[in-house]
Design a protein around this ligand. Structure first.
Ligand code: PEP
Ligand code: MN
Length: 348
């Protein structure tokens, strides 16, 4: 339930509504918009809105029942879109943000070459896994802390902030010590201790959708992060499991406009995992931006045939540059611009 205050409601009226919600067993959540203030009621207590008498309190315009189980992430609780800032990059603003890089950090040369090429083509963030969740225990699992160090070196060289996956609650402080944004991978979307751990650390979070998760389950996962104290969450659609086996996953672009209705959090799309095939990445990336995505996460590798993970879906730097020019046109067609990288850091 949310209590919508009248425009110009007094501070003491807002405080009285919050106090009454507390008395009724809820935690109040106040969201101040440009025109109105909304007081959301957080709690498990089933509320028959009509019986609570909140509408009679001074300054209250109306009380609205909320049909979703998520609260802090919901648009009803927070009508204005949230902008999540990572370094100089803003997710959820006017510009479309592109993060690019290899699936895994493999070597110093590989990550530096990819970071430079990604920046040159117009990426504003660098992605790359140092801790890799792999389906098989015999696959490459990443360079771990050495991979984090190499990502930090690539950030120094290019000025691009870094997003990388954190696999376990124990490694959150270590990964947060190097990364600008923490990725919670698809396989961990419902790892609740991990969601709480990233919720307690002061770093923005990229929360990927679990391949078997509904949009509601995904938003409840985001709710864990916000509830633990971290409001800087970006949602990433990366494909779900369906009966279709011709592509690695089925990229659910319905989720993009649906999320824009249901939540104030920014939404990005990963067409690399969503398709599993380099040839399908560019068309789905363009479609994602046309559908309203705030950004993209794209896998790029200097030599996809020799990649240690996800080579089949990785673009070469040349292919990525081609995608970026198409993206600028599509973004403009839907009234947006693609964010540009800032100046190169000066050499010290
Ligand atoms: C990745 O981004 O490399 C990754 C492992 O993604 P996902 O968690 O979506 O499979
Ligand atoms: Mn990958």
């Amino acid at each position: 339930m949310v209590v919508v205050m009248r425009p110009g409601a007094l501070e003491e009226e807002i405080a009285a509504v919050a106090e009454r919600l507390r008395e009724l067993g809820f935690t109040p959540h106040v969201s101040r918009g440009r025109e109105r203030t909304i007081v959301g009621a957080i709690g498990d207590r089933p509320a028959d809105v009509a019986d609570l008498g909140l509408e009679t309190l001074p300054g209250v315009e109306r009380v609205v029942a909320v049909r979703h189980p998520f609260k802090r992430v919901s648009r009803a609780f927070h009508p204005e879109p949230t902008v999540v800032r990572v370094g100089g990059v803003a997710f959820g603003g006017d510009e479309v943000v592109v993060a690019a890089g290899p699936c895994s950090v493999e070597s110093r040369e590989q990550i530096l070459e990819t970071a430079r090429a990604a920046r040159e083509a117009g990426a504003v963030m660098l992605r790359g896994g140092a801790y890799k969740p792999r389906t098989s225990p015999y696959s490459f699992h990443g360079l771990e802390e050495e991979g984090l160090r190499l990502l930090a070196e690539a950030r120094e060289a290019t000025g691009l902030p870094v997003v990388t996956e954190v696999l376990s609650p124990e490694t959150v402080p270590l990964v947060a010590g190097y990364a600008d944004m923490l990725q919670v991978g698809a396989r961990n979307m419902q790892n609740y201790p991990l969601l709480q751990a990233v919720g307690r650390v002061g770093r923005p979070v990229l929360l990927k959708r679990g391949p078997g998760a509904t949009v509601e389950e995904w938003l409840l996962a985001a709710e864990y992060v916000l509830d633990a104290g971290n409001e800087e969450v970006v949602l990433c659609e990366r494909g779900i499991r369906t009966f279709e086996t011709a592509t690695r996953f089925t990229l659910d672009l319905n989720a993009v406009p649906l999320l824009k209705l249901w939540t104030h959090l920014p939404v990005v799309v990963d067409p690399s995992h969503g398709t599993g095939s380099a040839r399908l990445v560019a068309p789905m990336a363009l479609a994602a931006v046309a559908a309203g995505a705030d950004g993209l996460l794209v896998e790029v590798h200097p030599d996809p045939a020799r990649a240690l993970s996800d080579g089949a879906q990785s673009l070469t730097p040349g292919e990525f540059a081609g995608l970026m020019s198409g993206l600028r046109r599509v973004a403009r067609a839907v009234g947006r611009e693609v964010a540009q990288p800032g100046a190169l850091p000066s050499r010290r």
